[in-house]
Design a protein around this ligand. Structure first.
Ligand code: ADP
Ligand code: MG
Length: 513
């Protein structure tokens, strides 16, 4: 009686647990703040930054000007006076105050990408442009006017230090790691690995994961706890990075440099649920495109320049293919180390921004950069929040799964008990039926016994009669009747013994009662 309601209750609990376990994933159940957008289509954001004329350019007339927050106007220097407007997400001009310009650029652009990364998106900002157009100034800057990378690092650690439990009691842990590589002459080199006795840096290989994203094998990642630690590493890498004086730039970067900040955030709810977000920010200072005649490079420098141009053309090809409406299935990422390393940032899971740096007086190079930047605007990426269940959540799930298994076992045991009970019920019914039947048969046996007893009495009486008849016959001389009498006596004996055996059988049966 007790088993059936208990069985029903357990069934309900198990159904609820199955529902809970199949629907328990971070996005619907986890009460922490998060963006649930998966694989959102994003376009590469493009900003243009126009540098002020340098001392070398003082006598030249500018051919480009920023006419609004998102438009630049390029004018041809020939007699035709051809001019064209180019539109972008942001356009920055230069003032007399480099520090203020750097701050403005960071506030309008850099911080946005830091916030995306804190939300769990992979992000990438790369500076593109001809040699001397201001890429390194934009990304690294100088101590008097720090660029985007040091400002972003400073901001990141300020955010980290402000992290306090929310009013829901959620605490956030933020771990920061960084790595720094350069691509020089198509070789990938770890700028933080240290140099060997010959002052050379070992090369790293770019590998592809099973999910088709790429990574640099053996690239060292350093955990950093303070802004000073991360800026020291940045400085250390910049010291090693290959730079050389050219006609256009006294400290021209001869390699593409990629500084990566990896963020690992754990949001822990008061109930012990943990949501982990992993994201990275790639901050890239490309080597500049250059014409050998303009940069005045010869020998080794010329070879470097052609490698740089080759990888930038490959970047241009990848960008223009990705920008096509019907983009081809095969994008030639493998054509250069740069595009292979940046595969994910250019066409995958990343919010990406290109800062096209332009010089004010070089019509050819500047319009080429502006056209390149215009194409990049159409490139779509598919950024999504990289959030994961952490081991603590998995442990909870495992525990619940184990409890569910135990309950299911109990349920099946109860099912077995019920089967036994059903069987017992059937046996009882069969037993009742058999008892009824035995009772009826016994009644019939008693009736038959009475009849036999009566038959036996009658037989005795008949035997007596026969014996007296036989005596009278013997005494009289009725010898002809003797055989008849003898047969009667035999029949009477057979009948008598049959009645006796029936009686003893009846006695046996009645003994069962
Ligand atoms: P690139 O890295 O593109 O080759 P750099 O960033 O090294 O060029 O810039 C070349 C020179 O121009 C540097 O001396 C730099 O300080 C200066 N410069 C570039 N952009 C700016 C700017 N927006 N404001 C002030 N100076 C700049
Ligand atoms: Mg540079």
């Amino acid at each position: 009686m007790f088993v059936i309601p208990c069985f029903g209750l357990l069934y309900l609990i198990i159904q609820y647990l199955i529902y809970f376990l199949t629907n328990f994933h971070t996005e619907t159940k986890f009460p922490l703040k998060q963006d649930t957008a998966k694989g959102m289509v994003d376009s590469i954001k493009v900003a243009v930054r126009l540098r002020a004329p340098s001392k070398r350019e003082e006598d030249l007339s500018p051919i480009v000007q920023v006419v609004s927050g998102n438009t630049v106007l390029a004018k041809s220097v020939d007699q035709r006076g051809f001019s064209r407007n180019f539109h972008f997400d942001h356009c920055f001009s230069s003032s007399n105050d480099p520090e203020e310009d750097q701050e403005k650029l960071y506030d309008s652009l850099g911080r946005e990408y830091l916030l995306h990364a804190l939300d769990g998106y992979n992000t990438c900002i790369f500076a593109y442009g001809q040699t001397g157009s201001g890429k390194s100034h934009t990304m690294n800057g100088q101590p008097s006017a720090p660029g985007l990378i040091p400002r972003l690092c400073k901001d990141l650690f300020e955010v980290r230090d402000l992290l306090a439990p929310t009013k829901d009691g959620i605490t956030v842990e933020l771990n920061v790691k960084c790595s720094y590589l350069e691509i020089y002459n198509e070789q990938v080199r770890d700028l933080l690995a240290g140099q060997d006795a010959n002052n050379s840096i070992s090369n790293c290989r770019v590998r592809e994961r099973l999910d088709r994203t790429t990574f640099v094998e053996g690239l060292q990642e350093f955990t950093v706890h303070t802004v000073d630690e991360i800026l020291d590493l940045l400085e250390q890498g910049n010291e090693i990075r290959v730079t050389e004086a050219t006609h256009v730039n006294d400290r021209s970067s001869r390699s593409h440099a990629i500084f990566t900040i990896a963020l690992d955030q754990k949001e822990i709810s008061p109930l012990g649920q943990v949501l982990e977000r992993k994201s990275h920010i790639k901050l890239i200072d490309l080597a500049g495109s250059e014409r050998a005649s303009a940069s005045g490079s010869k020998g080794e420098r010329f070879k470097e320049g052609s490698k740089i141009n080759k990888s930038l053309s490959s970047l241009g090809r990848v960008i223009s293919m990705l920008a096509k409406k019907n983009k081809p299935k095969l994008i030639p990422y493998r054509d250069s180390a740069l595009t292979w390393v940046l595969k994910e940032s250019l066409g995958g899971n990343s919010k990406t921004c290109m800062i096209a740096c332009i010089s004010p007086c070089d019509y050819e190079e500047t319009t080429s950069t502006l056209r390149y930047a215009t194409i990049a605007k159409s490139v779509k990426t598919a950024a999504h929040v990289n959030s994961y269940e952490t081991s603590e959540q998995k442990e909870q799930m495992e525990l619940m799964k184990r409890q569910l298994n135990d309950l299911q076992e109990t349920l099946s045991e109860l099912k077995d008990q019920k089967a036994i009970q059903d069987q017992m019920e059937k046996i009882k019914l069969t037993n009742d039926f058999l008892e009824q039947r035995i009772k009826r048969e016994r009644e019939q046996t008693v009736e038959y016994y009475d009849q036999l007893v009566q038959a036996s009495t009658e037989r005795d009486q008949l035997t007596q009669v026969l014996l007296s008849i036989a005596g009278s016959i013997q005494n009289s001389d009725l010898s002809d009747l003797a055989p008849v009498i003898e047969r009667l006596q035999t029949d009477s004996r057979i009948l008598g013994s049959k009645i006796d055996s029936d009686l003893s059988f009846c006695n046996k049966i009645s003994g069962l009662t």
